[in-house]
Design a binder for this molecule. Structure first.
Ligand code: ATP
Length: 243
């Protein structure tokens, strides 16, 4: 179970202010967060994943204030893939993905953790490079490893900040398919409007720190997209293309 509720959220950064009066995301929903550069996607995702604290308002996960959750409890409920990730020293692909099981372990990894890690590696097409060091990977491979680690955490709510940056279309589609089928609640920022329309239940569009659209893909229209991105779109059957 993972229902997310946000009330009266405000966070100020110099001239930027994130402001969300009310946002409710139901258990198992798949939500895409869109918006131009600087619109506040990362800031919103960092707040709802519990990484940023200097906000006012409330963020509730299944009715519990995220601020009140113990670190390990929170990590079992919420997993987060930041926009940028790095590792300090070169662990192998297997070792990094295994770390996703940490919130479920009591200081050591069980055979079950290791088995689950191998399953996730297989699912993400990483099995054949499981013993390769992270620093030897390409940008897209690194991103897939970090997505796999986030998934291996097995949290009920998974938040991904631009997961598809650096990924080729085959791997993007494969992961989007997986996301749309899982019973988890998924929130992902994404720049491709058509992938958002095709794979997500609802879409949030941010502009200058405020939500200017929250609805089903079918309710999205070219006027909203123009307002959000300042470019003209036209609707072409079920796709939006640049006008
Ligand atoms: N650490 C920070 N200190 C000050 N301002 C910040 C900081 N991080 C982000 N901002 C500002 O907050 C605003 C929102 O940034 P944010 O990263 O949330 O946007 P975004 O929609 O994720 O952008 P992008 O698509 O470029 O990743 C921007 O104006 C940015 O300059």
């Amino acid at each position: 179970m993972a229902k997310l509720e946000v009330f009266n959220l405000k966070l100020k950064r110099n001239r930027f202010e994130l402001s969300v009066d009310r946002l409710v995301i139901e258990n198992t929903e798949k939500i895409a967060v869109l918006g131009e550069n600087g619109s506040g996607k990362t800031t919103l995702l960092e707040v709802i994943s519990g990484n940023l604290k200097d906000y006012s308002g409330n963020v509730l996960i299944d009715g519990s204030d995220i601020e009140q959750l113990k670190k390990k409890t929170k990590a079992r409920m919420v997993s987060f893939l930041p926009q940028f990730t790095d590792v300090l020293f070169s662990q192998t692909v297997y070792e990094l993905v295994l770390l996703g099981r940490y919130p479920h372990s009591s200081g050591y990894f069980t055979e079950q953790d290791k088995k689950k890690t191998l399953e996730v590696l297989e699912e993400f097409g990483l099995l054949d490079i499981k013993d390769v060091g992270y620093f030897e990977l390409s940008g897209g491979q690194k991103r897939r490893v970090m997505i796999a680690r986030t998934v291996n955490q097995d949290a009920a709510l998974s938040i991904f900040d631009e997961p598809f940056a650096n990924l080729d279309i085959k791997h993007s589609l494969s992961i989007l398919n997986r996301m749309s089928l899982t019973k988890k609640t998924i929130i992902a920022s994404i720049h491709d409007v058509n992938l958002a329309v095709a794979f997500f239940d609802r879409i949030i569009i941010l502009k200058n720190g405020s939500i200017i659209f929250l609805g089903k893909p079918l309710d999205l229209n070219t006027e909203v997209l123009h307002e959000a991105f300042g470019v003209d779109f036209k609707s072409c059957s079920d796709r939006f293309v640049f006008a």
